[in-house]
Structure formats: structure tokens, C-alpha cells
Write a protein that binds this ligand. Structure first.
Ligand code: SF4
Length: 244
């Protein structure tokens, strides 16, 4: 199993942490503006060319032992507390954080973190029973178009996993976030939503762009199309504010 192979590179009682930061406003999706502490875990099972978190997985550029040193759950929770956990949401991001959900360190971290904990995932791994029970919100971002250009579709798009998250979306526990570069990407997102019975009102379309001017321009081009499909639109507030 891919998940266990990746997990085996880090001691069972630790998680690889690229960064813990906050408090900052959540910059994307339905919780935009919410006070948040972010925990960014290392490793990913995809290789998206526009990824803004390559320090979590790109071994061609980074020594992951340096960029994502293993830390105990207790250390992570203490650091999160120093960065706003307990007075806002905690967002576990990556990388792909669900790669770690079978480890004791994941269990201990989720048990000890205070308040509402969110997970940002690429939608290729279903949450297990413990994770589903503990996590208040899943932000699910399947990779399409330019984002998904480096990985074959069967690796990026896993129908059984999307079905699980579609159920959670219907229960209000998950939202889908598609990063799109252009109108063709929006149409690809719409096909996925239709094919996997994802509730339209739980879909956010977010323009690609790592600077405020770039995502704003891309957003102007697609916003009417997004509304026509019955989806929501997400900006990238953190880039506009320069907080991350
Ligand atoms: S799934 Fe997310 S973290 Fe992984 S490569 Fe793609 S954008 Fe980066």
C-alpha cells in the first residue's frame, strides 16, 4: 500500500511537519476569513506542477528530512497552541495529510487538538472512521486541468473516494474546491461534479494564481460561468492580504 510505504519513512509516533503558523484568516473556500492555525504536514501522493507547497514533497529540489522534520503529536499540539489553536479553527494541510491517518501520531494529534479541526485533502484517500468522526470539515480539492497535468487521471481521480466525500458534502461536513486556470477547467470540474453526484452548493471554484493580480484576473474571466453552473466562487484572501 502506497500509504504505508510513505508512512514508513517517518517513525510511527511522529509526523513530518513542514510548518505550523497562525493565527491567520483562512484564505479560501467556505471558511474564508475564519481565524485559523495551520499545520502543514509533509509528503504527497501527487505532483502538481503549480503546487505552492513543494517543500512538502519535491525530493528533486528539497531534502524532506530538513524541510519536514518528524515531530511528536505533543510537540505539534503545543506549537499549534502558540499559533492560535483553541481560539479559532485548526486546519491540517499538506502535502496530503490523510497519508498519515493510520499512524498513532495522527490519532494522538487529533485527540489533543482543541476545537474544530479541518483537513485539506486532494480527494484521493477516503477518511477512516476515526478521522471522519473527529474532523469538523474536509476541504476536498481533486486535481484537474493544469493542476493535475503531471499525474495520470486514475491517480488523481478516484471515484470511490469522491463518492465518500460527496456523501460527507451532502451532510455539510465537506466542500469541494477546484483550482481552475481557465474556462475549460471549469467545464472539467462541472463534469466531475455531475459524474460523481457532488452537491452543487458544496462546490467552490477557485482561480489559479499565486499572486493577487493573477487570481483576480483569472477570476474575472470565469465568475459568470461559475455562477451559471450553480457553484460558489472562492478568492485567495491570504494572497491579497499578504499573510501567507
Ligand atoms: S495535491 Fe496539493 S500538496 Fe500535493 S502536489 Fe498537488 S497541490 Fe501540492
Amino acid at each position: 500500500m502506497e500509504m504505508l510505504q510513505i508512512a514508513g519513512t517517518v517513525p510511527e509516533d511522529r509526523l513530518p511537519v513542514q510548518e505550523i503558523f497562525g493565527p491567520v484568516p483562512q484564505g479560501e473556500g467556505p471558511y474564508t476569513g475564519r481565524r485559523a492555525c495551520f499545520i502543514r504536514l509533509g509528503r504527497c501522493n501527487l505532483h502538481c506542477p503549480p503546487c505552492d507547497s513543494k517543500r512538502t514533497w519535491d525530493t528533486s529540489r528539497y531534502d524532506l528530512a530538513q524541510t519536514c522534520p518528524p515531530r511528536t503529536a505533543e510537540d505539534i499540539v503545543e506549537a499549534a497552541g502558540e499559533h492560535g489553536a483553541g481560539a479559532g479553527i485548526v486546519v491540517i494541510s499538506g502535502g496530503e495529510p490523510l497519508l498519515w491517518q493510520r499512524t498513532t501520531a495522527w490519532h494522538r494529534m487529533l485527540t489533543a487538538l482543541p476545537g474544530d479541526v479541518h483537513v485539506e485533502t486532494n480527494g484521493t484517500i477516503s477518511p477512516n472512521e476515526f478521522t471522519t468522526g473527529r474532523i469538523a470539515h474536509f476541504s476536498v480539492s481533486p486535481k484537474i486541468g493544469r493542476m493535475g497535468a503531471a499525474d495520470p487521471a486514475k491517480r488523481r481521480i478516484r471515484p470511490a473516494v469522491l463518492a465518500d466525500f460527496a456523501v460527507l458534502a451532502g451532510q455539510g461536513k465537506a466542500a469541494f474546491k477546484f483550482v481552475t486556470a481557465d474556462a475549460a477547467d471549469v467545464e472539467e470540474a462541472a463534469r466531475l461534479v455531475r459524474d460523481h453526484q457532488i452537491p452543487h452548493d458544496r462546490v467552490w471554484i477557485m482561480p489559479l494564481g499565486d499572486e493577487s493580480a493573477a487570481w483576480t484576473a483569472a477570476g474575472r474571466d470565469i465568475v459568470a460561468q461559475v455562477m451559471d453552473h450553480g457553484f460558489n466562487f472562492s478568492g485567495r484572501l491570504h494572497l491579497t492580504l499578504g499573510v501567507r
